[in-house]
Design a protein around this ligand. Structure first.
Ligand SMILES: [Zn+2]
Length: 406
């Protein structure tokens, strides 16, 4: 019973930040003596710390309780075909370290997972962090991750692998495996452009695909199969190009980096003058459009129409009027945002119209790893795993690290 009540206390502190014993007694329906006893145990574990507040209680400063930032570490990893980003968070979810790790073969199997486990353990060790201090691991993965953490790559749709169960069993830690776009959406909603927004759509255009994460009334949507918010397969061009999904004219056929680069090349071949040469990359096209380059502007204006069309369908279905655009599109500047907004407003139903807003994502590229790490940290607090870990921990192992923000 004591563990269950301590779990409630640490979760209250995790959610609220600073609390007093009076706040805990009031919200957790526990008497003052019980709170004093349970909090003393958590202070001894090193999970909580206390300091004198500015207000007073009968002439004495009120004692404030908060989480000890150095009590535990949470690891986050975003793994794709061409990069593997690691972040290490402290108890408060702040990034204390980040690194690029070697990229193993992009396959949902034991060999790849073992390579990832090995390099993350090496990275943790290099930072002088004892493994006994690691509470949780969040894995942000590309392609499809279902609600149970089963991962499936586009190349091998018939070889699903339960990454969450495998890594959790191997490391004996709380593990969350999540889709990369949902990880980014989670991060943007927690501390980025969607801060405290209950209804929002995060959209990301990548080199080969389009991803999204949709919040409705504060909940990040996810189906049991893991397929959710497939914005890339909303048809935006009647009789358009064949999509790999089997349909024709999907957003993904016209909005990936590859598709935009090809469309730009077509304009250049038609003789439209440009500051860029043929074979320009997506980021260069975005920058040139912001500076008024004609073919770059025309190609991105067309993209804004397509994106607005697909997003309007998603907004009408979900009721989420705020759109957060991630990735390199930010380079295209505010003009692109306004074009998407105008295209959206033409198609969104009246009750949503006045709240329509399109913004760029605010966080850096490690936000996907941060999102998954943060989800796993939250899960380890909710389940009480954090108390169990610290109860087993040898004394004198708590490390101090320099704190940076994402
Ligand atoms: Zn498609």
């Amino acid at each position: 019973m004591s563990l269950e009540r301590q779990r409630k206390i640490v979760n209250r502190v995790f959610q609220r930040g600073d609390v007093t014993r009076a706040d805990l007694a009031q919200h957790l329906d526990l008497n003052a003596a019980t709170i004093v006893r349970l909090v003393a145990g958590l202070l001894e574990l090193g999970l909580l710390k206390s300091h004198a507040g500015t207000s007073t209680d009968r002439g004495r400063p009120t004692e404030i309780l908060s989480l000890n930032p150095d009590a535990v570490k949470a690891i986050g990893l975003e793994f794709s075909r061409d990069h593997c980003l690691l972040v290490i968070l402290n108890t408060l979810g702040e990034v204390t370290h980040q690194a690029s790790l070697p990229v193993p073969e992009f396959k949902a199997n034991k060999v790849t997972l073992e390579a990832l486990i090995k390099s993350l353990q090496t990275a943790v060790q290099k930072q002088g962090i004892a493994w006994s201090q690691v509470l949780s691991v969040g894995l942000s993965l590309h392609d499809i991750v279902d609600a149970n953490g089963v991962w499936q790559t586009h190349e091998q749709p018939d070889s699903p692998f339960n990454v969450q169960a495998y890594v959790s069993e191997r490391l004996m830690r709380t593990v969350v495996a999540e889709d990369v776009s949902r990880s980014f959406a989670f991060a943007e909603q927690k501390k980025g452009s969607g801060l405290e927004q209950k209804d929002m759509i995060y959209v990301f255009l990548g080199s080969h695909g389009v991803g999204s994460g949709i919040f409705v009334n504060g909940t990040l949507l996810k189906s049991s199969s893991g397929v959710c918010g497939e914005l890339g397969h909303i048809v935006v061009e009647a009789n358009g190009d064949q999509c790999h999904c089997g349909s024709q004219g999907c957003l993904e056929t016209v909005a990936t980096h590859q598709a935009i680069e090809a469309r730009f090349d077509e304009r250049v071949k038609q003789g439209v003058k440009t500051v860029l040469g043929p074979g320009a990359k997506f980021a260069d096209i975005c920058r040139a459009a912001a500076e008024g380059d004609k073919p770059a502007f025309l190609v991105l204006d067309e993209l804004a129409q397509h994106l607005g069309q697909a997003l309007a369908a998603a907004t009408n279905i979900s009721g989420a009027p705020l759109i957060i655009i991630g990735g390199q599109l930010k380079l295209a500047g505010d003009g692109f945002l306004r074009s998407v907004e105008t295209a959206l407003k033409r198609r969104v139903i009246a009750p949503l119209l006045k709240n329509i807003e399109v913004r760029y994502a605010a966080l850096t590229p490690n936000a996907g790893a941060w999102g998954a790490a943060s989800m796993a940290l939250e899960k380890a607090f909710e389940s009480g795993a954090v108390i169990e870990l610290l109860s087993q921990k040898p004394l004198g192992e708590i490390q101090n690290s320099v704190v940076e923000s994402v």
